[in-house]
Design a protein. Sequence first.
Length: 125
Amino acid sequence: MFKDAKAFSGFSVNDIPRAKEFYGQTLGLDVSEENDALMLNIAGGNPILVYPKDNHTPATFTILNFPVGDIEAAVDELTRRGVTFERYVGTPIETDEKGVFRGGGPLIAWFTDPAGNVLSVIQED
């Protein structure tokens, strides 16, 4: 039924102007506005819908992963741009002082958007 559907993902935020600035300026994505919402025009084809929701509750899981060739450089650059990486201490996903998980599997570092949604940069081998 949906085999040929060009599905896309979406998530809510509580402040579209702040989200537009964060995704467009801080992360450097191509962002367009449509019907009081945002479209994140990412590589790979299908955009991601970012829509306003008055009673928004941040996602407690990773909603968007950005594969990078060099996680150290990505974390350093995003930190320079004002992004704060999550620190997990005393948990199975313990991160280092930069916020990078190095405990097996791909290197990954989590951060949040202005609405509190969890995003990550993940080392692509």
